[in-house]
Write a protein that binds this ligand. Structure first.
Ligand SMILES: NC(=O)C1=CN([C@@H]2O[C@H](COP(=O)(O)OP(=O)(O)OC[C@H]3O[C@@H](n4cnc5c(N)ncnc54)[C@H](O)[C@@H]3O)[C@@H](O)[C@H]2O)[C@@H](O)CC1
Ligand SMILES: Nc1ncnc2c1ncn2[C@@H]1O[C@H](COP(=O)(O)OP(=O)(O)O)[C@@H](O)[C@H]1O
Ligand SMILES: [K+]
Length: 461
């Protein structure tokens, strides 16, 4: 996993003070990383348009122009006059080189966006909005320097933002790159070193971006085993029985030794799933909430108080009963609307989905601070997983998963790992990664995935 930071100004400052690196040197490395990327990946491109603002993000762009001058046909567009001292210094250097400054935007082979970086501190004016809209309308290959212009430090986009194919971000990963909103703008993200290795530049952090290698699949290492060695998951099915059956199916395919669907009615289940009318005596984990609908409160309360691992999803986030179990070591997997209801029920905030989506990295820690024993997975384009003080982002998901039933598969995967003895956080991290990797491996198209296709891909991981 890789560290993520809410801000990096203090890390830049630490480089000046602790390692005696100058701002000029850091900037040279920033620009040099983009130059190397272009030389290595787009050597046959001809024209490069670098669009610069008045601050140090613009200064990165002006520096880049100097580095690429002559090797490529570089044109600089200055959206405003150089303001910061570094921008002015870099500008004097390109003036000495007589690099061409243009006043009209054009569809170059590559566009590098150096308009605003981490210094964006107010909404874009009409001129910047139009400029970014024009750049977005071009078919050029688009590179964002540090962060796509228009995304602020909270990962919000007020009007428009540069739609990058790749973001080359300076020094370390920033939280703002991983809001759900940002996902449509950042493209691929790579980190550029700023004169020291990343591990030297970075300090401690409690936020992490998950890598594929953080997925710890349930391989069966024990030779002397039987079905009971790999747990027994009980999936409680409610009025929308399909949800429970999908979850149960996902769980069985992810290694749980036994999976039973708990339902008062007799169900027509696939042969590998068992049915029980009440929670099994020997169950090692319970998945509940998916498609639950109306249920007898006392019965649910009894299930929620059973002393086994639990994953709670969907309808239970609208029921006050949930508040009774938030001091347990449990897993909760709400989508944004369900999380808003949960926040309201536990008196943390009364907000609309839009407010949550604009501030996911604010409300998730608020919840975890109040309920440190709960492992929370907030669904979304970039899934956020949080336990106690630590927060993890899974950015591998895609719109392939925007389908009814995708969340039920996820609940089943988490339940499966809980049943097999994983702790809550490990279950959620591995299940979430498996869920998104499986979706990534589905190669037909990005619209037709069925829960059964997703489960089929899980089988192949
Ligand atoms: N400090 C350092 O050592 C380094 C800084 N670097 C670059 O510096 C950037 C940060 O530079 P700055 O702090 O100068 O900030 P920016 O270059 O992001 O922009 C800030 C400037 O734009 C103005 N501004 C902010 N929002 C605006 C809006 N909506 N409309 C019009 N003007 C607006 C500000 O008043 C300020 O003049 C980073 O993103 C990174 O690209 C890198 O070169 C790495 C090293
Ligand atoms: N655009 C997207 N990018 C990444 N993941 C997505 C996207 N859309 C949906 N998902 C994932 O799909 C799942 C949907 O879950 P949910 O909304 O509970 O569906 P359901 O209840 O119908 O099963 C979540 O894990 C969510 O993170
Ligand atoms: K930028």
């Amino acid at each position: 996993m890789q560290k993520i930071f809410d801000e990096v100004n203090s890390l830049d400052k630490r480089c000046y003070e602790k390692f005696l690196l100058s701002e000029d040197l850091l900037m040279e490395h920033a620009a040099s990383s983009i130059a190397s990327y272009i030389r290595e990946n787009h050597s046959s491109c001809k024209s490069i348009l670098i669009v610069c603002g008045s601050g140090n993000n613009g200064a990165d762009g002006i520096t880049l122009a100097r580095l690429l001058h002559k090797k490529f046909d570089v044109k600089l567009y200055l959206a405003s006059n150089p303001k910061s001292s570094m921008t002015q210094l870099q500008f004097q250097r390109v003036e000495a080189l007589k690099i061409e400054i243009i006043n009209e935007l054009f569809e170059a082979d590559i566009i590098v966006d150096c308009l605003f970086g981490t210094g964006l501190n107010k909404p874009l004016d009409e001129k910047s909005t139009n400029l970014i809209n024009t750049l977005n309308s071009y078919n050029s290959f688009k590179i964002a320097c540090d962060i796509p212009s228009g995304i602020n430090n909270l990962g919000q986009v007020q009007s428009v933002a540069f739609e990058a194919d790749i973001t080359i971000t300076m020094g370390a990963l920033k939280t703002s790159l991983f809001s759900d909103v940002s996902k449509d703008y950042v493209g691929k993200i790579i980190v550029a070193d700023l004169g020291v290795e990343r591990e030297v530049y970075e300090v401690e952090s409690n936020k992490f971006l998950l890598d594929e290698s953080d997925m710890n699949l349930p391989f069966r290492n024990k030779k002397n085993s039987h079905k009971g060695s790999f747990g027994h998951l009980n999936v409680v099915a409610g009025c929308k029985k399909g949800a429970g059956i999908i979850a149960a199916n996902a769980a069985f395919n992810f290694g749980s030794g036994l999976v039973s669907v708990v339902c008062h009615e007799n169900l027509d289940l696939p042969y590998h799933l068992m049915q029980t009318h009440f929670i099994s005596e020997n169950c090692t984990a319970i998945a509940i909430g998916m498609g639950l609908g109306k249920y007898e409160t006392d019965e649910i309360r009894k299930i929620l108080n059973k002393n086994v691992s639990k994953i709670i999803d969907a309808d239970l986030f609208y029921d006050e009963l949930i508040c009774e179990v938030l001091n347990q070591e449990i897993v909760l997997t709400p989508h944004p609307k369900e999380f808003c209801s949960l926040l309201k029920l536990c008196k943390i905030a009364d907000i609309k989905v839009e407010e949550l989506q604009n501030n996911r990295f604010l409300y998730v820690p608020m919840f975890s601070k109040k309920y440190p024993k709960v492992t929370l997975l907030l669904k979304g384009a970039n899934v956020i997983i949080s336990k106690n003080e630590k927060l993890f982002v899974n950015s591998f998901g895609s719109a392939v998963l925007s389908k009814g039933g995708s969340g039920d598969v996820l609940s089943g995967l988490i339940g499966s790992l809980l049943a097999q003895g994983y702790d809550c956080l490990d279950s959620v991290i591995t299940a979430s990664l498996a869920h998104t990797m499986a979706a990534k491996n589905y190669d037909k198209n990005n619209y037709s995935l069925l829960p059964t296709d997703l489960i089929e891909e899980i089988r192949k991981l």
